[in-house]
Design a protein around this ligand. Structure first.
Ligand code: FAD
Length: 489
């Protein structure tokens, strides 16, 4: 703990706001919060506080702002880019204690939830009304809706149903100055700048979300789930392009390569077809008549592009069995490798075959194995770069391959992240996608919300820029400021 900033008086003032049992200063307990799902980055927070109300969050942030102490919000800590990585000189504000579903308005297809509520519990609460919350990250049993908003999280079914940003229509936030306010009016059509859109995906750098108004979606009348096996990734990739090209929009198209299948088999015995070089999971949902026709069309396209076995789930248990392999794939890789990097990049769907071929070439050239399991319909790759951390130099080699994969995504007109965010992990790659002017322009938005630079600093951007700096003029004050004609803020 930084004694200068976080003396006993500061901890006492937070204890006064939310009770002594909600403030953690014990070094051993603080270590519980030293990382998120990306364990490669660790840092023990100076202090942890667990507020229970929005007013408490606002009061905590005001205390931080008054003393210039940086703060970081944390949901469930499942993030994979180090977004919730704490600061030793700062406060970690843990939102997982604020987990009420405040209201469900079935008639308007809306719910109001607190940020710590887990993603899946929103769908569970909406189910009796025939509704569900569509964004479905694979971590949905644990991750929080507040974290989802901050990361603009996606999931297998976002291909058809959209990402978090498409389902959030109002946000109560605490600004970095400690003001409690609302963005958006709950309709999703408020006039003026789309601040809900700007906030969603801002990775905790524009303030802390304390309430979220989400859209709920009617549970579809029918769902079919197909598993198609191909001998090569190229054939599977061609099937994806043909399905989408035919005008069908499945709820999900997921793909796994031979190494990912091997890992899943070892972990959960998912019994995918033998000898598969690639499997596709295609899920279709909607009115029963449409789903039936589309299922037949997907079967035909898959066969035409080389599928040698196609299975259709006949009931919920068979559907779950098909999904088991895919959902367990990340963790399952631990069965075939002592350590691995989960990469997250995006390419246009049509570039999938070329990019996947190049990834396997990179793997062959470097001797670093790469398992591919990903949201194929979105072109959102999740290469799992495997290494043995007991072999000197292997982790560095894996990190190099991981970076080369991101370069490949950029070369093909894609992105360095599809859903896991930039956080602390990928900030160094951002200048490969954006010019210095682009980055400066983005910082203007950040500075508009957080002129003091205390809200999750050190995340997203490769080099921190003070909010008084004018983009493009890095080392000299603007002449009008220097002469005292105008002020900067
Ligand atoms: C096994 C596994 C599978 C995953 N699958 C997916 C997937 O399919 N799709 C996907 O998109 N992601 C996936 N993720 C990544 C992760 O689950 C998501 O990014 C999720 O949204 C993080 O939520 P969290 O509550 O854990 O947030 P945290 O990790 O606690 O925080 C993430 C970011 O949100 C900020 N934050 C948290 N709460 C708030 C708040 N109330 N206000 C403002 N900022 C806040 C933090 O500062 C941080 O920057 C997966 C992770 C794991 C471990």
């Amino acid at each position: 703990m930084d004694g200068a900033l976080m003396d006993g008086a500061f901890a006492a003032s937070l204890a006064q706001i939310c009770g002594a049992d909600s403030v953690i200063t014990d070094p051993q307990q603080l270590r519980t919060y030293e990382c998120d799902g990306l364990t490669a980055h660790r840092s023990t927070p100076g202090l942890v506080v667990l507020p229970r109300t929005a007013e408490q969050v606002a009061a905590i942030v005001r205390e931080c702002a008054a003393r210039g102490i940086p703060f970081v919000a944390r949901g469930s800590g499942t993030g994979l880019s180090g977004g919730a990585l704490p600061r030793t000189d700062g406060v970690l504000i843990v939102m997982s204690t604020m987990r009420s579903i405040i209201a469900i308005d079935a008639a308007s297809h809306r719910a109001i939830v607190e940020p710590g509520v887990t993603n899946l519990s929103v769908s569970k609460a909406a189910e009796p009304y025939g509704l569900f919350y569509a964004p479905d990250p694979s971590s949905q049993v644990v991750c929080s809706v507040g974290g989802n908003v901050a990361e603009n999280s996606g999931g297998a079914h976002c291909l058809k149903h959209g990402f978090t940003v498409h389902h959030v229509v109002g946000l109560e936030i605490v600004t970095p100055a400690g003001e409690l306010t609302w963005l958006g009016d709950g309709t999703g059509a408020a006039p003026g700048y789309d601040l809900v859109g700007a906030f969603t995906g801002s990775e905790g750098t524009l303030g802390i979300v304390t309430k979220i108004v989400v859209k709920l979606t009617p549970i579809p009348e029918a769902v079919t789930t197909l598993l198609a096996a191909f001998t090569t990734m190229g054939a599977g990739g061609a099937a994806v392009s043909s399905i989408i090209g035919s005008g069908i929009l499945p709820a999900a198209i997921e793909m796994m390569d031979a190494l990912a299948i091997e890992a899943a088999e070892a972990a959960v015995h998912c019994c995918y077809p033998e000898g598969a070089g690639a499997v596709l999971i295609v899920e279709l949902d909607g009115p029963a008549a449409d789903v039936e026709a589309q299922t037949e069309a997907v079967r035909q396209i898959s066969t035409a592009t080389g599928a040698y076995e196609i299975r259709a789930a006949q009931n919920a248990a068979e559907r779950a069995a098909i999904w088991t392999g895919r959902k367990s794939a990340f963790a399952a890789v631990g069965r075939i490798s002592p350590a691995y990097i989960v990469q997250d990049g995006v390419v246009p769907r049509t570039a999938l075959p070329a990019v996947l071929d190049r990834i396997s070439e990179l793997s062959a050239e470097t001797g670093i194995r790469v398992a591919n399991v990903f949201h194929a319909g979105d072109g959102n790759l999740h290469p799992l770069v495997l290494f043995d951390d007991t072999v000197p130099g292997e982790q560095e080699a894996a990190e190099k391959v991981s970076g080369m994969i991101l370069d490949l995504c950029i070369e093909h007109g894609g992105s360095i992240t599809g859903e896991h965010g930039v956080g602390v992990d990928k900030s160094r790659y951002l200048p490969r996608m954006f010019s210095a002017d682009d980055l400066d322009t983005m910082q203007l938005l950040r500075c508009a919300f957080d002129p003091a630079g205390i809200c999750n600093p050190g995340k997203i951007f490769p080099t921190p820029r003070l909010c008084g700096e004018v983009p493009g003029v890095r080392h000299a004050p603007h002449p009008l400021v220097a002469s005292g004609v105008i002020d900067q803020f």
